[in-house]
Design a protein. Structure first.
Lengths: 197, 197
């Protein structure tokens, strides 16, 4: 931020009276321009159709057609917009990026990514049909079993964490558990895969 | 927003290429100024000391010294800042507004307030001691039993909803339940109290 968005005067960085941290302030009109974290919201679209016929559950991933992380795989997700709720944002992003028609379940993960000023939320979701197709921000959309997921080509640490927690809860469900709600703090970039001995 | 914060040129409202909703855009430097929801984060600071001696559990509330809702009661809460996690924000606001030293528990509520572009989160919290005191944004800080809470003088619908859900879970705990995690959409302003017949 270089100029005041209310009066076009150059902004200064200063601690306003009664505050305790530096803000962009306008010495001309007095406006204080607060900067706050943004929410990124998505879903974990699951296809259980095959599972019912003895096959494995599959998760829908999108191959990114935009930077950052062009060409890497992600769950459908994006920035929450004004005037919508978190679940409306999850449904919208799932439709926009994967063309997918889902029934939304409970909130599954809340992941702090403080170093990029973001909070990521992912909802459980069940695909109603297989009529999905890449939106303009996706190169491809595909269903993957746990083993098929391109674990080394995932776009963001929050995607990997959410998928790991999801499959861990699925394994626990065999002993009668259900899906939990999980919060995690992501404090560093995704680590490179460790080479096998 | 009237002027571009990058180049000071007046902004226009237009739908950028590849987008589907109106944004503040700069026709001079090309910047798109996205507006996104903000997170308000707080805690439910609980004193169980008396409960252990047969008394009732109490919740710490702050009387607001700032607008909006000056003079009304609230749980300690405020806007999340960049570079912090949601739980760090809850601890900071509890310290700043109530001078309270708490041990933070799990996330308890996520409340969408879409018409004001906000998402409110409240964490469970246990007071470590009774050395609390109003911060500069509070006129007063007091402990209340469920019956003592000034239900008609609460600052915001999300405060009422969080307190109602909290005491409902407490009642359920007598039958062996625990605290849940609750999501709600707040779609209208707090209703006026109904006069008794």
């Amino acid at each position: 931020m270089k100029f005041c968005s209310e009066c076009a005067h150059p902004v200064t960085v200063a601690i306003p009276e009664g505050d305790n941290r530096p803000r962009y302030v306008c010495t001309s009109c007095g406006a204080i321009h607060y900067q706050n974290p943004k929410m990124v919201i998505g879903s974990i679209p699951v296809w259980e159709g095959d599972a019912m016929r003895g096959g494995e559950l599959k998760v829908l991933l999108c191959k990114r057609a935009i930077e950052p992380r062009y060409g890497y795989w992600t769950l459908p997700a994006g920035f929450m917009e004004n005037e919508e709720t978190t679940s409306e944002a999850a449904l919208r992003e799932t439709e926009e990026e994967a063309g997918a028609n889902v029934e939304l379940g409970n909130l599954f993960t809340l992941l702090n990514v403080a170093h990029v000023h973001q909070v990521h939320l992912f909802y459980l979701a069940t695909l109603r049909d297989l009529d999905f197709a890449p939106g303009i921000e996706s190169l491809d959309v595909q269903l993957f079993t746990e083993r098929e997921i391109p674990w080394d080509e995932l776009a963001f640490p929050t995607i990997r964490t959410t998928l790991e927690l999801f499959f861990a809860d699925r394994r626990r469900m065999r002993e009668g558990g259900g899906y939990g709600f999980h919060t995690r703090d992501i404090t560093r970039p995704m680590q490179a895969p460790v080479e096998p001995d």
